[in-house]
Design a binder for this molecule. Structure first.
Ligand code: HSE
Length: 422
């Protein structure tokens, strides 16, 4: 269901790798039907026209259909159709992160009640099998933290801005043209697509459906070239990160641009590539890297899920790997005011005696220690950009300090604040 970019990629993969899949599964995966409202657009793959229908419900009800694949996206019709398929006891493979982030709890419950598989590998990381790593490879681990570059469009934009000095708009246009962006690019650049993926990873890591409302989300729309350049001078790159951390006291899930030191491998993840770093006990750090958007990488993971569900059907063991292994008592979402990290601050300060002392005293009053200061020379008496890197600080205290700085008479405009993730 859904014959768009990814749908066409799945059809191509199933056709071109039919023999390989059959030899690996001991069963043949046959494409029975394709449902889409648009049957006319050329998708670049050859399909038997008689397989195509505009009636997705008929596809679900077709007794010859054993596995339903949802690639429509969004939370409207896709939700109805996935619910319908599960209610009829048909396993579903979906790449729909928005659907799971908003309605995952209901859908996973329904799948468990009906004892059918609901696979969602392609909802995070495109071609990277990170969902499978968390569900299976790391099943014996306690997950302590996950940091990820999860949106190919944003990473592509940031990379082009950094490497070529491209404008935000030109870089976004190029990403859309290459088929990476969501139909609504606001989902990408305002961080919501990353937040949907972060909710799914956090829920797998900590065993409860993290409410989407508990995720702090900032996108890359407001990032300025100045900050990209200052960050580079200081030995960092700016990436849109999903940060997931948790222990028995709480779980924080946040999405925002972050300064990543050049020594951290995540800083070298460029273009449409995604990467996820998982910190867990006993494995330690493990890293997953690959193309996070686009037709073929996403099709690889969808087809991998189809293969896994097919194996379960052949072996008569549906739900062999439960989607979420729910914990008894879910840790609480941690409020943003309680997170602790380092900060990059850029502000336009008056260039006159005593101004630094004032800023240092406001920060110091909140227990925030300055790690470094960068100021380019300007004329005395004028406002000049000043960049301050702090040591580890609590966000609530930093906010209070920034309020005091804004209220002072030494700053022009508002400070820019970007979190640092080592
Ligand atoms: N728009 C998404 C991205 C596609 O750019 O990463 C994959 O979810």
């Amino acid at each position: 269901m859904g014959f768009g970019t990814v749908g066409a990629g799945v059809v191509r993969t199933l056709a071109e790798h039919a023999g390989l899949l059959e030899s690996r599964l001991g069963a043949r995966v046959v494409l029975r039907r394709i449902a889409d409202l648009d049957l006319d657009t050329d998708r670049g793959v050859v399909v038997d026209r008689s397989l195509m229908t505009t009636d997705a419900r008929a596809l679900i009800e077709d007794p010859a259909v054993d596995i339903v694949v949802e690639l429509i996206g969004g939370t409207g019709i896709a939700r109805d159709l996935v619910t319908r398929a599960l209610e009829q006891g048909k396993p579903v493979v979906t790449a729909n992160k928005a659907l799971l982030a908003h309605h995952g709890r209901d859908l996973f419950d329904l799948a468990a009640r009906k004892k059918v598989d609901l696979y969602f590998g392609a909802s995070v990381g495109g071609g990277i099998p990170i969902i499978r790593a968390l569900r299976e490879g790391l099943v014996a681990n306690r997950i302590q933290g996950i940091r990820g570059i999860l949106n190919g469009t944003c990473n592509y934009i940031l990379t082009r801005m950094e490497q070529e000095g491209a404008t935000f708009k030109a870089a976004l246009g190029a990403a859309q043209k290459a088929g990476y962006a969501e139909a609504d690019p606001g989902l990408d650049i305002d961080g919501h697509d990353t937040a949907h993926k972060a909710v799914i990873l956090a829920s797998l890591a900590f065993g409860f459906m993290m409410p989407l409302e508990a995720v702090h989300v900032e996108g890359i729309r407001g990032l300025s070239d100045a900050d990209i350049a200052y960050a580079r001078d200081l030995g960092y790159r700016i990436k849109l990160l999903a940060v997931i951390k948790g222990d028995e006291t709480g779980v924080e899930v946040r999405v925002h641009p972050a300064l990543v030191p050049l020594g951290n491998v995540l800083s070298s993840v460029n273009g449409v590539f995604n990467a996820v770093m998982v910190q867990s006990d006993p494995a330690g750090n493990t890293l997953y890297y690959g193309r996070g958007a686009g037709r073929d990488p996403t099709a690889s993971t969808v087809a991998g899920d189809i293969a896994d569900v097919a194996r379960n059907l052949v072996a008569g063991s549906p739900c062999r790997v439960p989607a979420l292994s729910l914990v008894q008592s879910a840790p609480k979402p941690r409020p943003m005011a309680d997170i602790e990290t380092r900060y990059y601050l850029r502000m336009l300060l008056l260039d006159k005696p005593g101004v630094f002392a004032r800023i240092a005293s406001i920060l110091g009053g909140q227990g925030i220690s300055i790690a470094s200061v960068l100021q380019k020379e300007g004329g005395e008496g004028r406002h000049v950009p000043v960049v301050i890197m702090t040591h580890q600080a609590r966000e609530g205290r930093l906010n209070a300090a920034l309020d005091d700085i804004v209220a002072s008479d030494v700053i022009s405009g508002r400070p820019v604040r970007i979190r640092v993730e080592e």
